[in-house]
Ligand binder design. Structure first.
Ligand code: PMT
Length: 400
């Protein structure tokens, strides 16, 4: 059985060079068993022909709100209700702006306004257009209304520039459609997750930091989202794209991370602490760059609050999952951390120059909980995250 059997997807195509990839998206969705109907804006017709999308979907492509023949067959309101999901790919900056304004001046915006089903957009545009505060404000508006934003990816663009703005690849969009339409085990569960390093400033140009790349935490955010969870990610400074459908708050220091977590934790069911939070921060932060006048320089450090321990000690704590990055005896220390911090599960991570853990694309974990443990062997962090999420689901369900 294909994974989208019986599902009805309405693909909206707007004007942008990435429209040529919509053909592949329609093909992949159909291959997974979905019934796909395509609606194009007038501008999309400048980039791809309706004939191509009709051939791939097997249905006539709709372009106009005032097409009597099509309206007689299935009116626009019916079409909006027919779909299980509407996906706009690519979504241009102009389309996002019109959607945010609630406009209904063509067939696609009208369908979006009349819909009662989930709506996702896969933006594609020049990187400066994406970064423009107007586009970002429109995005925030759309997300606050429950519209999923999938991508964009970063990389080289058709216009010759480099940066975020490339449409998420059709394969990745197809996986997200499958995840969005299948009731995962964490459907309706709110997860708050920390990831990446923290940076503790010494002066305006230097900081105390660590080697965390954020890869493990971001893979977990993606796996949790794919399991159906509503994921909020609090991230230290990393250069990774936000996984589709995940809400992200960026912070720099441990104190900022703590504040962001405490602001959001009341609403969450599961808290996962994957961030490599600096245990100490410089006691004084110099206002000006420290000059190299002395032979030796002493920097006094003071303890940072332990965010995970603080969350676990709340009056009604969420289900808590911590990590333990250790250079030796990881399982022993992980068990100690689990008991001392009173958390439900701890993923022991052997780290170091030879063992890895930090920065690399692969990792291995041993997960411990009261009365049990399981080793998750070395694998790609994406795969490992999926295995860890399966364990979290098992233990979370047993605790609820
Ligand atoms: O980001 P990558 O390059 O992919 O690397 C992944 C990783 C090695 C960073 C990750 O797998 C990992 O092990 N994260 C935890 C790192 C860590 O700080 O471990 P710890 O043993 O020092 O801390 C124990 C736990 O307490 C962790 O869950 C940590 O998030 C939390 N903690 C620690 C200190 C602090 N002040 N507040 C915290 O919440």
């Amino acid at each position: 059985m294909s994974r989208l059997d019986g599902k009805r997807i309405l693909v909206g195509v707007t004007g942008g060079i990435a429209a040529y990839k919509s053909a592949e998206l329609v093909r992949l969705l159909g291959k997974q068993g979905a019934e796909v109907r395509v609606v194009m804006t007038a501008a999309a017709g400048e980039f791809i022909t309706p004939m191509t999308l009709q051939a791939l979907s097997g249905y006539p492509v709709r372009q106009s709100l005032f097409d009597q023949a099509h309206e007689a067959a299935m009116g626009h309101i019916e079409l909006a209700r027919w779909a299980d999901l509407i996906l706009i790919a690519p979504a241009s900056a102009d389309f996002m702006a019109r959607l945010a304004q609630g406009m209904a001046d063509d067939l696609l915006t009208t369908l979006c306004l009349a819909r009662t089903v989930p709506l996702a957009i896969a933006p594609a545009m020049n990187q400066a257009m994406w970064a423009n505060p107007a586009t970002q404000a429109n995005l925030a508006t759309l997300q606050s209304r429950g519209i999923d934003c999938w991508g964009p990816d970063a990389g080289s663009q058709a216009c010759g520039e480099v940066g975020p703005g490339r449409m998420l690849e059709p394969e990745a969009q197809t996986e997200l459609v499958i995840a969005r339409l299948s009731a995962g085990p964490l459907q309706g569960v709110k997860v708050l997750l920390t990831a990446g390093p923290t940076r503790e400033p010494i002066d305006p140009v230097r900081y105390v930091g660590n080697r965390s790349s954020g890869k493990m935490g971001f893979s977990l955010a993606r796996a949790l989202r794919e399991a159906g969870a509503d994921v909020s990610l609090v991230s230290g400074p990393v250069s990774l794209a936000t996984p589709a459908g995940v809400k992200r708050t960026d912070v720099e220091t441990a104190l900022q991370m703590r504040q962001a977590v405490l602001e959001q934790v009341v609403e969450c069911d599961i808290f996962v602490a994957c961030a490599a939070v600096a245990d100490y921060r410089p006691r004084e932060v110099a206002g000006q760059k420290i000059k190299k006048q002395q032979e030796q320089l002493e920097i006094r450090l003071e303890r940072n609050p332990d965010i995970l321990a603080e969350v676990a000690a709340l009056e009604s704590p969420p289900f808590t999952v911590g990590f333990a990055a250790e250079t030796d005896k990881p399982i022993e220390y992980a068990q100690q951390k689990r008991k001392n911090k009173r958390v439900n599960m701890v993923a022991a991570n052997l780290v170091g120059a030879e063992q890895g853990g930090f920065e690399r694309d692969e990792n291995a974990l041993t997960v411990v909980w009261e009365g049990g443990q399981q080793a998750l062997p070395m694998s790609d962090k994406g795969e490992l995250a999926k295995r860890l999420v399966e364990l979290i689901v098992e233990q979370y369900e047993q605790n609820n």
